[in-house]
Design a protein around this ligand. Structure first.
Ligand SMILES: [Mg+2]
Length: 277
């Protein structure tokens, strides 16, 4: 019997078109995974509310990782299978999901961000400082989705207008036990976690449930690199315009197609290969 395969995917610029957030081109890959009963696990810098929206849009029922590894959410129907392997006090009920929190809480992030604003003035603007209209304009998102994007729990995305300040900003966040990481569109202030930490934790849970598994990741951004390092089979798709993010990982497979088109190609490459497993 072939091993259980699980696929992690980034959303912005990978499953979703960078500019329009459409998943038209990734639909074929999504359907192929569904017909092979391969869980597709969203692993994104997006917020909980946004991910819930895109799970419904794409008919996804798998666990998911939000806010750059800030938390893992397990759907109610799947909690029982993972529960024996997680300390009870680590699971927080959140609507129809149980949350495993890995990142700092938002109030702490905002406290440190206020210090950053004091030190660097108008060079930094966080989501918490922007109105729904501003986020909507900046991200080219419908106001309803922009409002969802603003509800953060473990990660503060921010605009950095003067990149020469990055080193000082990183220093200030380190002094406060936090870190700054570049995402697809923003820099992110977050706790001591990343996509890789969350992926590692979820892979270990799947291994406890299924025994051997084959883990796969598909992404396009620099913040996907920690995720790539944790999986057996990493795929890098192209950014808009056809270039690749600079990723220093020898065993990565580069897919010559942009974003969601690349996603579908990666799934096809994976399934062709998995027949031989
Ligand atoms: Mg991305």
């Amino acid at each position: 019997m072939p091993d259980q395969v699980i696929v992690f995917t980034d959303l912005d610029g990978t499953l979703l078109d960078y500019y329009t957030y459409s998943f038209e081109a990734s639909k074929e890959g999504i359907e192929l995974l569904r017909s092979h009963r391969v869980p597709l696990i969203f692993c994104t810098s997006k917020s909980y509310a946004e991910v819930i929206h895109f799970r419904e849009e794409t008919g996804n029922t798998s666990p998911f990782i939000v806010e750059n590894g800030g938390a893992i959410y397990l759907p109610r129907e799947q909690i029982e299978q993972f529960k024996p392997f997680v300390k009870a006090d680590r699971l927080k009920q959140s609507g129809d999901y149980a949350a495993l929190e890995l990142g700092a809480d938002y109030a702490t992030l905002r406290r440190v961000f206020e210090q950053m604003k004091k030190a660097f003035g108008n060079s930094v603007t966080g989501f918490g400082d922007m109105s729904v209209e501003e986020v909507s304009r900046y991200l080219n998102l419908a106001p309803r989705l922009a409002a969802m994007a603003k509800v953060r729990r473990h990660d503060e995305p921010f605009i950095l207008r003067d990149p020469s300040l990055l080193e000082s900003i990183q220093q200030l966040s380190r002094q406060n036990g936090l870190k700054v990481y570049p995402g697809t569109r923003f820099y992110h202030l977050m706790g001591n976690t990343d996509k890789g930490e969350a992926v590692k934790e979820l892979i270990s849970l799947y291994k406890k449930v299924y025994g051997t598994i084959v883990s796969v990741a598909i992404g396009e951004g620099k913040n996907d690199e920690p995720m790539f390092r944790q999986v057996d089979v990493p795929f890098l798709v192209q950014k808009p315009g056809g270039s690749f993010t600079d990723v220093t990982l020898d065993r990565i497979t580069r897919i010559n197609a942009v974003g969601p088109y690349g996603f579908t190609f990666a799934v096809k490459a994976l399934l062709n290969r998995s027949i031989k497993l």
